[in-house]
Every structure is written in C-alpha cells, then in structure tokens.
Design a protein around this ligand. Structure first.
Ligand code: TUI
Length: 305
C-alpha cells in the first residue's frame, strides 16, 4: 500500500521528528514521518522540501490536530501531495476528503475502537492503534488490549503503536492482528535525530519506571520522563487554574528537545525508554526491529509444542 520495504513507521513527534530523521528512516526502508507540530506552513514547506532532497522514498507528515496552524498545514500537505499523512490528538474527518483527492494515504492515530471506526467511515486508508505505553498524548488502553479490538472492528489495516521498542514488540504486533508498527521512543536515540544530546542520554539511561503521565485533569494526559518539571506539573495541576498551568507548561517540550533542560524540560517518552540502550544510526534501528522480529517469530512455537 505504501511502497515501503518494512512496515515500520517512525512516529511524528513534536519538536523531534524533523526532515533529517524522517529521511534516514525512509532511506532505511521504513516510513519516516515529519511532525508538523505547532508550526506554520512555512516551516512545514521547508521540512517537506528538505526531506525530498534527502530521500526519494515515501515519507509522511504527522498533523497534530490541536495545532493553531492546522488549517494551513492541512492545505499544504495536499498541495505538496505528500505520500502519507498521519494525524493525532483529534478528529481528522473534515480533512480526509481533501487529502484523498490529492492521492494521499491518510492514517489517523486512534486510542479507541470507536475512534478507529469513525476514521474508517471517514475514508482512512489504515489506522494506527496507539496504546497508553506510548510517549506524548496518551489514551487509556494498553497496546495489547487495544490492537486486537481495533483489528476486529475495522477492515482497513491496523498499525500498532505504544511500547514497541524492539523485534519482540514487532512480532507481538503481528500476532495481535496488526500489519505494521509505529515507534517513537526508540527513534529518539537515532543518530540522525536532531534533539539535544541530554534528551538522548536521558532515554538511554532511563529504566522501566522512569516515565509518568500528567495532564489528566485538563483532558490531555501526556507521558514523559520524570523530571523536576513533570513532578511540579503533577502537583500543580490540582492546585492552580488551567491558565496558570498552561503558562507553566508552555515551551517545556522545546526546552527539552532544543536546550536539553534537565530541570524544566518535558522529555516526552514512552514506557519503552528502559529498552533503549544505545545511540545508533536509524538504519541500524530498523534492521534490529526486522531481524529481532524474524528471530522471535521463528522460535515462538517452541513454547506450545
Ligand atoms: O497525538 C499523539 N501524541 C502526542 S500529540 C502531542 S502535542 C500535545 N501536547 C500537549 C497536549 C496535547 C498534545 C504529544 N504527543 N498521539 C496520537 C493520539 N491521538 N493519542 C491519542 C489521540 C487521539 C485523541 C483523541 C486521537 C483522536 C482523538 O479524538 C478525540 C475527538 O474528540 O475526536
């Protein structure tokens, strides 16, 4: 469907997924994805052009539907006819006809069966079922419960996301009914990923219990590494007004990814951070998923003989 060698998407992460990472993943045979994040169409136009300079393989753009520039970036991806658009944090329905008209494969991220069905009815080509193990804006369900329920509910392909950081997780995704995977946290440690080195070091050093979710009260729960910022945010969210909290949180992701601010940065990451052990080229990461997946699938029947 997408013209890629391996069904491995690199998640479109705000302040992380820019053209050089996306191109490296696409050149390695996966699907690199540029994040449109909260930026305007000028920023995204340059990113798409740069990605096209660096690869002739298919790539995607992720549109975060809460972005203040959503209308202009939605129009731009249609104008640029990017091969794939993924969406997050909202209902992509109103944009899908325009994108399909431009020949774009539209693949919304969904955290529930109801939203997966709605995406299919609106004309999506596939859905990414993302469990709450993931980093960033999270839903309630786990990947292991969400993926089979979405696979049963829709007839378009399902891509599994959330907690998949190596070939074992990839194999599980297939066994649960998915046809591909999307990974964010593991690609934070890619050499081509342009984030501050402190961010990469924190991911490589993280253990299983080093992430937490804040933002439940506002209705936008976000998973990130535990830092002085996230602990303070967690305390403040039940003590101050939403406005004061927004002010406190504003810029925290940029402070993490650009400045490497260990105190006041919001280092979004999934629970799989504890499974990321090295900074590697993106192509090595893609190869590790593929080889690990084949290895475990070949040995899996041993447990039930
Ligand atoms: O979108 C993500 N992950 C993200 S977005 C983001 S930026 C952000 N920062 C602070 C607050 C909110 C966003 C950081 N990480 N993942 C995909 C995802 N989409 N997870 C959950 C959803 C989702 C939620 C609601 C998809 C659709 C949806 O529909 C609600 C509706 O009302 O239609």
């Amino acid at each position: 469907m997408l013209g890629i060698d391996y069904p491995i998407f690199q998640g479109g992460m705000a302040w992380v997924s820019e053209a050089r990472l996306a191109a490296a993943v696409s050149n390695a045979g996966g699907l690199g994805i540029i994040s449109a994040m909260n930026a305007d169409a000028d920023y995204l136009r340059k990113q798409i052009d740069l990605c096209r300079e660096l690869t002739d393989k298919p790539f995607g753009v992720n549109i975060m539907l809460l972005s203040p520039f959503v209308e202009e970036v939605a129009a731009l991806v249609a104008e640029k006819k990017v091969p794939v658009v993924t969406t997050g944090a909202g209902n992509a329905g109103k944009y899908i006809p325009m994108w399909k008209e431009a020949g774009i494969k539209v693949i919304p991220v969904v955290p529930s069966v109801a939203l997966a069905k709605r995406a299919e009815a609106a004309g999506a080509s596939a859905v990414i079922a993302e469990g709450g193990e993931s980093g960033g804006h999270v839903g309630d369900l786990t990947t292991i419960t969400l993926v089979p329920q979405v696979a049963d509910a829709v007839s378009i392909p399902v891509i599994a996301a959330g907690g998949i950081a190596d070939g074992r997780g990839m194999a599980v995704a297939f066994l649960l009914g998915a046809e591909g995977i999307q990974c964010g946290t593991r690609f934070l440690s890619a050499e081509e990923c342009q984030i501050h080195e402190n961010y990469k070091k924190k991911i490589v050093a993280a253990s299983d219990t080093d992430t937490m979710v804040t933002g439940h009260r506002s209705g936008h729960p976000v998973r990130a590494l535990k830092t002085p910022f996230t602990r303070k945010f967690a305390k403040m969210e039940y003590e101050v007004s939403q406005e004061e909290l927004n002010q406190f949180g504003s810029g925290a992701l940029r402070r993490a990814s650009q400045e490497g601010d260990n105190e006041m940065g919001c280092f979004m990451a999934g629970q799989s951070a504890g499974m990321v052990h090295a900074i590697q080229p993106a192509a090595e990461i893609v190869r590790d998923y593929v080889e690990g997946c084949i290895r475990v699938l070949e040995s899996a029947t041993g447990h039930i003989k």
